[in-house]
Design a protein around this ligand. Sequence first.
Ligand code: P6P
Length: 333
Amino acid sequence: MKRISLTQHLVEEQRLNNTIPAELRLLIEVVARACKTISHAVGKGALGDVLGTAGSENVQGEVQKKLDVISNEILLEANEWGGHLAAMASEEMETIHLIPHRYPMGEYMLLFDPLDGSSNIDVNVSIGTIFSVLKAPEGMQTPTEKDFLQPGNKQVAAGYAVYGPQTVLVLTTGHGVNCFTLDREMGSWVLTQRDMQIPDQTKEFAINASNARHWQPPVKRYIDEMLAGGTGPRGKEFNMRWIASMVADVHRILNRGGIFMYPADEREPDKPGKLRLMYEANPMAFIVEQAGGAATNGQQRIMDIQPEKLHQRVPVFLGSKAEVELVTSYHQA
Ligand code: P6P
């Protein structure tokens, strides 16, 4: 396959579909460069004094790993000076990050989980970066948190990087999903999977089964039917896979089908699930839908949820369309 770089792909998309304004293309390339830098830092591991905790907690009350803080800084520094952004928001920061006055403000807003799956960092399991791009509201002067509270259907781009055996970048701008693999020798992103499509049927599901006793009835019913195997109502065997790294679980699903679930559980009604809407669920939902899958919170399409808080959590059911529609129907039964 002729090598097509990320830049060539984006320029051709811009030319053919006229869908990616130059400013958005340049923003995506800046984020992709930052992911290269994060990949390099992650790849050093113990040799780079980047493992272990940073001795601080993030807004979620989670202990920050050194690489969480490093990755967040890399994304902030890479994106401040380009002139494409009005502001940024991150899982690792309580409030939004404005562009310093010395730089021009742009028309986009970037949200990210700089290093998702942190619990896997010290044991060398795949982790990643998730990002979402929104347009700044017309006429906005000084960005506030409220300007970020747009439903996921307003996203103009979304992507994730997986720092695993290969470093890959999966990207959508609303016209399909493409995957780029990092050529570490050349330092360039090379198109390796065009127009990814999630298989509609699957034999795999992803959920943290240690929470089973806390699941609500529709989830219990759905999982029990899968575990009943060939003799049960589903009439086939299913395998459970759980990497505890959303980017890795979603990337597997994009490639061979499956359903990823992080449901609300009965322990904490005010914390509906663990995953965050703005910079985990929404970008992944955009990508999954663009690849022919579906993504709901059990009741409605994730990308139709009107956000109320920057760091709000949401139950997540995403992946092969037939499975997401079935488990969602159980919530509505
Ligand atoms: P659990 C990582 O911390 C994360 O936010 C997602 O990447 C992952 O899917 C989930 O949490 C893992 O949760 O319950 O297995 O620790």
